[in-house]
Design a protein around this ligand. Structure first.
Ligand SMILES: Cc1ncc(COP(=O)(O)O)c(C=O)c1O
Length: 397
C-alpha cells in the first residue's frame, strides 16, 4: 500500500459522491468518423481531429517512411543527441503558417504551455515579477505555466476586452513587465477571443500578447493559419486539427533562442520521434489547401447550432467547430451522454473543475469526417432529452 493511499481513496470517494469521478473509457477507433465504445459503434463527437487528418493516407505514409528511415525514437533531447536534420524544415513550415519569423517545436501542447510560459515569465531574467493578465477560462496548461513561474495572474472576465482594459489601466503606472495570455478559440466553449481588440490594448499598455491557438490552427483563419496573427507569441499544438502530436511556439528569433537556452520542457525532454515528425510535416503541407474541409466543418457546426437553438438548447457563444450544449449539473450531463451513447453518439460530459460549477455540458466537436445526416440524427436524439433550458444562463454569470 502506498503511504497516503487512504487520502487518495478519500479524494476519489468525494469525487464520486459529487458526480465528478473520472474514468478512462476503453474505446477502439479505426476511422475518423466513428468510435467503438463498449462494443457499440458511435459517431465520434469528442475528437479534436477537426480536419480528419489522423487517418489521412499522406500522414500515415510519411510517418511510416520516417520511422523506417530514421527509427521510432529520437534518442535524447535536441540539445543532447543533436538536433535531427528533420526539425529545421518543419520549423520553417510552422513559422510560415503562423506568419512569424521563427518557430520551435517540442512535446505536447500542454508541455509547451507549461514550460514556455515558465521560461517567458522568469522574474530573474525579466528583472521583476511580471503581471500576467489572463482570461479566466484559459486552459489548465496555461495556468500551470504561470504557477510554475510564480507569476502573478490577474484574471479578466471571459473574452471581455473592456474588463481587461480596466485592469491594465489600474496597473498602468506599474513598471513591471506585463503579459496578456488568452486562447484564440476556447476549448470548452467554442467561442473566439477578441484578439484584435486585445492586441490594441497590449500595444497601448506595453504588454506582450501570447495567444494559444490550439483550437484554431489548421481549421480557422486564412489557409488554416489560425487566429494568432496579432500575437507577439503564438503557441499551439499539432494534436488537434493537424491530426498528430506535439506542440509549437512561433515568435521572433530571439524568443526562439532564449527558449532553447531556458525552456526546461525542451532542454530536459526527449525530442519528438521521427514518425511523429513525419505526420506533422505531411499535415503542414496539406493544411493550407484544405479550404473545402474547413467550410464543410463550419457548415456542420452552424447547422447544429441553428437547429439546437431553435429547440431551446444553449450553445453558448460558440461560433466555431466546438459547440457546447450546456445542461448545468454533472449528473444531468453524464446521464444525457450515456443515453446518447445508446443512440450511437459519443458525446462526452465535461464537468467541473474543467468548466465552472453549474455549467456542466456536452462538448461537441464537428470534423471533416462528419456528414450532415450525423448532425440531423444527433439533433433528433437530443430532442428526446429533457435538457434543462435555463442552464445556459450560468455560462455568463
Ligand atoms: C487551449 C489548449 N492548449 C493546450 C492544450 C494541450 O495540447 P496537447 O493536447 O497537445 O497537450 C489543449 C488541449 O486540450 C488546449 O485545449
Amino acid at each position: 500500500m502506498v503511504g497516503s493511499e487512504s487520502r487518495y481513496q478519500a479524494f476519489l470517494d468525494a469525487r464520486r459522491r459529487e458526480g465528478l469521478r473520472r474514468f478512462l473509457n476503453q474505446v477502439a477507433a479505426r476511422d475518423a468518423r466513428t468510435i467503438n465504445v463498449g462494443g457499440r459503434c458511435c459517431v465520434n463527437l469528442a475528437s479534436n481531429d477537426y480536419l480528419a487528418l489522423r487517418f489521412h493516407k499522406a500522414l500515415i505514409r510519411c510517418a511510416a517512411e520516417w520511422a523506417e528511415a530514421y527509427g521510432v525514437g529520437s534518442g535524447a533531447s535536441r540539445l543532447v543527441t543533436g538536433n535531427l536534420d528533420l526539425f529545421a524544415p518543419i520549423e520553417a513550415k510552422v513559422a510560415k503558417l503562423k506568419n512569424k519569423p521563427a518557430a520551435l517545436i517540442m512535446a505536447s501542447g500542454f508541455q509547451t504551455n507549461a514550460a514556455v510560459l515558465q521560461a517567458l515569465f522568469d522574474k530573474a531574467v525579466l528583472g521583476a515579477e511580471p503581471t500576467v493578465f489572463t482570461d479566466r477560462l484559459n486552459h489548465a496548461s496555461m495556468h500551470f505555466g504561470c504557477q510554475a513561474a510564480g507569476a502573478r495572474e490577474l484574471r479578466y472576465r471571459h473574452c471581455d476586452a473592456k474588463h481587461l482594459g480596466e485592469l491594465l489601466s489600474q496597473h498602468e503606472q506599474d513598471e513591471r513587465p506585463k503579459f496578456i495570455l488568452t486562447e484564440s478559440v476556447f476549448s470548452m466553449d467554442g467561442d473566439v477571443a477578441p484578439v484584435g481588440e486585445i492586441s490594441h490594448l497590449a500595444r497601448a499598455y506595453g504588454a506582450t500578447l501570447i495567444v494559444d491557438d490550439a483550437h484554431a490552427t489548421g481549421i480557422l483563419g486564412r489557409g488554416g493559419q489560425g487566429l494568432s496573427g496579432d500575437a507577439d507569441i503564438a503557441i499551439g499544438t499539432f494534436s488537434k486539427a493537424l491530426g498528430g502530436f506535439g506542440g509549437y511556439v512561433a515568435s521572433t528569433e530571439t524568443v526562439r533562442d532564449y527558449l532553447i537556452n531556458r525552456c526546461s520542457g525542451l532542454i530536459y525532454s526527449t525530442a519528438l520521434p521521427p514518425p511523429v515528425l513525419g505526420a506533422i510535416d505531411a499535415a503542414l503541407d496539406l493544411v493550407p489547401s484544405m479550404d473545402a474541409e474547413r467550410a464543410h466543418v463550419a457548415g456542420l457546426a452552424q447547422r447544429f447550432r441553428d437547429r439546437a437553438v431553435a429547440v431551446g438548447l444553449s450553445t453558448g457563444a460558440s461560433t466555431t467547430q466546438i459547440v457546447p450544449v450546456v445542461v448545468g449539473s454533472p449528473e444531468t450531463a453524464l446521464a444525457i451522454s450515456l443515453r446518447l451513447r445508446s443512440a450511437g453518439f459519443w458525446a462526452v460530459a465535461i464537468r467541473p473543475p474543467t468548466v465552472p460549477v453549474g455549467t456542466a455540458r456536452l462538448r461537441l466537436a464537428f470534423t471533416a469526417a462528419h456528414e450532415g445526416s450525423d448532425v440531423d440524427r444527433l439533433l433528433d436524439a437530443l430532442a428526446e432529452e429533457d435538457v434543462p433550458r435555463q442552464a445556459s444562463a450560468m455560462l455568463n454569470s
